[in-house]
Design a protein around this ligand. Structure first.
Ligand code: DAH
Length: 315
């Protein structure tokens, strides 16, 4: 095939021929002109074909003799993954669902009523200060514990009681405290709350639920104990501890406080329209971060919120 340049120059020369027409005798002009038109149409067709071919030639031809390499590493985008706290929280929730608990979601902004009043913190109660709450300009409170959900949970499920059933619900959520961060304190962390109400709920049932939770989560028998605690929303109030198992770095002498718990205070039941003379309940709440730190031997809670890829890639 002729090159684009060559055809273009031929076309130029041909166009110049047209000026000769007027110099010819009249009777020859027509056939001469027709001849030129035919040549021009022909050249234009060739030009189009040559231009198309030149365009195709820009694409490197496939080398059919190149060796096939089906195992070549293809560069990959780095995909994200579930945050370790969420993976572990799902494990915890799955243990609770196997025990028959419903799951309700917490929220990241709440109010004075759910944070304190509904939970039997009287106005001016010194325990209000113990929670180091943040506040928005509008006086909303990012919850300092998942107990803020107790009143909503009790109200939502109280028809279960009328129908002869129970309230059995767990509520995971993100919580916030206005305190200085260090290896064991973070301003943002996760908790999971549990609420159980029935005609004859007992402390023994509560301890059974908690022991089962921790033993299933850590996959081994554990020594557990309680010690007295204080929360305005439970009476009596307890702290639940497990002995740090050898497999998780324990030396047989360390007790770890895992959560707060107790029998739901009659006022908390009343605030949700449940008669405390007729029904009893227990509730508990504790940090998820702490649970996960023990499982993986982590020594600094701040890793979780750090956004460090190096940390996240460990999981
Ligand atoms: N909300 C408490 C805290 O964050 C923990 C707690 C204690 C939750 C006793 C409960 C409970 O439900 O009954 O310190």
């Amino acid at each position: 095939m002729q090159s684009v340049e060559k055809i273009k120059s031929e076309l130029k020369a041909l166009n110049a021929e047209y000026s000769k027409i007027k110099e010819l005798p009249k009777e020859e002009r027509k056939s001469f002109g027709q001849e030129l038109n035919k040549k021009r149409a022909d050249l234009e067709e060739q030009l189009k074909a040559a231009e198309d071919a030149a365009e195709d030639a820009d694409v490197a031809p496939i080398d059919e003799t190149a060796p096939a390499a089906p195992n070549t590493e293809i560069p990959r985008f780095k995909l994200g993954s579930k945050h370790p706290l969420m993976t572990e929280l799902n494990r915890v929730l799955s243990i609770y669902s196997h025990m028959g608990f419903d799951i309700m979601e917490s929220r990241q902004l709440d109010n004075e009523y759910n944070m304190f009043d509904a939970l039997n913190f009287h106005k001016g109660h010194p325990a209000r200060d113990g929670y180091d709450t943040f506040r928005t300009a509008e006086n909303f409170i990012p919850p300092a514990h998942t107990s803020t959900m107790q009143n909503r949970a009790l109200k939502r499920y109280k028809d279960n009681l009328k129908n002869g059933g129970q309230i059995a619900v767990v509520i995971p959520g993100r919580v916030f405290r206005n305190e200085d961060a260090d290896a064991t304190h973070e301003h943002t962390f996760y908790q999971c709350e549990g609420v159980f109400v029935s005609k004859d709920a007992t402390m023994g049932q509560m301890l059974g639920v908690l022991k089962n939770l921790f033993e299933t989560y850590y996959g081994q028998k554990l020594n557990t104990k309680t010690q007295p605690g204080y929360f305005p929303f439970t009476e009596p109030s307890l702290e639940f501890l497990i002995e740090k198992p050898k497999s998780l770095g324990g030396k047989g002498d360390g007790w770890l406080e895992m959560l707060g718990c107790g029998m739901i205070h009659p006022n908390v039941l009343k605030n949700a329209g449940i008669d405390p003379d007729e029904y009893k309940g227990f509730a508990w709440g504790g940090g998820i971060d702490r649970l996960v730190m023990l499982k993986y031997g982590l020594t600094d809670i701040r890793y979780f919120e750090s956004g460090s890829l190096k940390f996240l890639e460990e999981f």
